[in-house]
Design a binder for this molecule. Structure first.
Ligand SMILES: NC(=O)c1ccc[n+]([C@@H]2O[C@H](COP(=O)([O-])OP(=O)(O)OC[C@H]3O[C@@H](n4cnc5c(N)ncnc54)[C@H](OP(=O)(O)O)[C@@H]3O)[C@@H](O)[C@H]2O)c1
Length: 308
């Protein structure tokens, strides 16, 4: 069942709820933060650049007077930074909504995180894997927490195959992105299996497409960048619309544990979110268990969720 007339205006009051959003200083994360703050949630804006986070908080306060905002310095390309950012909440806080939103795309050459992991998968999947693991004690203190992870239609691309997760056998920028986004879906399905029967949910979304800073690496030449900018502006949606799937997943009763949601519009960039088709193999428990083991091995982080 899908509520086909839903819009963010239908989100009920979120007073008393705490949400943490990664990549909240920009694009879809910023718009997600804005709506959750408007509904009364306490919003923790997480990102790697303190000045940009402070600027985002200033802009949000101008849009939402009285917004309850805090900033959290978090670099998903550093396991030490992730552990440090999560520590205060994990020790004594309660987290109702974790929105794993941050991401990089089209990184031109194979780069590594501080811990030696391929940067795109390291940031988009492994960073969020570790963050979710570290925040599990705070999520467990909530009566009904949700972990929402932002994937992309690229999750379904054939090049998103999860063998060679670190692109050691060859690096292609958009293959690394597709792998990271497939991993977001497989991670959520496996987390949902591990949360099944309890009060907490894991939901994965794709936002359609929107003009944001994500496209900044898409072309390295000036002409190429101009072409991408023009094409983006005519073919792609806005960050406001692209935030709808995350907002629906975070707040709607019909966003069930394990759901994969995307925009309903035929253009795939707008409209009320609805369940979308999983990438091939993404629902295979064997694939989920393998990714989980590999993610624990690569990060050295053991996930404290018992398999039921
Ligand atoms: N826009 C689209 O068309 C589209 C389509 C499909 C999926 N998505 C997904 O939507 C999500 C949001 O992207 P967006 O379009 O809003 O792009 P964006 O405007 O570039 O936002 C990405 C955010 O991720 C943050 N980030 C990148 N690396 C990080 C790191 N190491 N540590 C912490 N934060 C980091 C960025 O911070 P800085 O500002 O410091 O770089 C920024 O806040 C991504 O997961 C993306 O894959 C977007």
């Amino acid at each position: 069942m899908v509520d086909s007339h839903w819009s963010p205006a239908d989100i009920p009051g979120l007073e008393g709820r705490t949400a943490l959003i990664t990549g909240a200083n920009s694009g879809i994360g910023f718009r997600t933060a804005q709506v959750l703050a408007e509904r009364g949630a306490r919003v923790l804006l997480a990102g790697r650049r303190p000045d940009s986070l402070a600027d985002a908080a200033r802009r949000l306060r101008a849009e939402v007077p009285g917004a309850r905002l805090e900033t959290v310095e978090l670099d998903l390309a550093s396991l030490a930074s992730i552990r440090e950012a999560a520590a205060p909440l994990a020790a004594a806080g309660t987290l109702d909504l974790l929105i794993n939103n941050a991401g990089v795309m089209s990184v031109p050459e194979r780069r590594l995180t501080r811990d030696g992991l391929e940067l795109t998968v390291g940031t988009n999947h492994l960073g969020h894997f570790a963050l979710t693991a570290y925040l599990m004690p705070a999520l467990r203190r909530s009566a009904a927490a949700r972990v929402v992870t932002v994937s992309a239609v690229a999750a379904a691309w054939r090049s998103g195959d999860l063998t060679d997760l670190m692109s050691e056998r060859g690096y292609r920028p958009m293959s690394a992105y597709a792998k990271s986004k497939r991993a977001n879906v497989v991670f959520t399905r496996e987390l949902a299996r591990r949360l099944a029967g309890g009060p907490h949910r894991a939901v994965v979304v794709h936002p359609g497409s929107a003009v944001t800073n994500l496209q900044r690496h898409t072309s390295t030449s000036r002409t190429g960048r101009l072409f991408v900018a023009l094409a983006s502006r005519t073919l792609m949606g806005s960050p406001d619309g692209a935030a709808w799937p995350s907002l629906y997943a975070a707040t709607h009763p019909e966003a069930v544990n394990g759901a994969y949601l995307g925009p309903a519009g035929r253009d795939q960039t707008s409209g009320t979110p609805r369940p979308v088709r999983l990438p091939a193999g993404a629902d295979d428990p064997g694939v989920g268990a393998r990714l989980w083991r590999e993610s624990e091995r690569l990060t050295g982080v053991t996930f404290p969720v018992p398999q039921t």
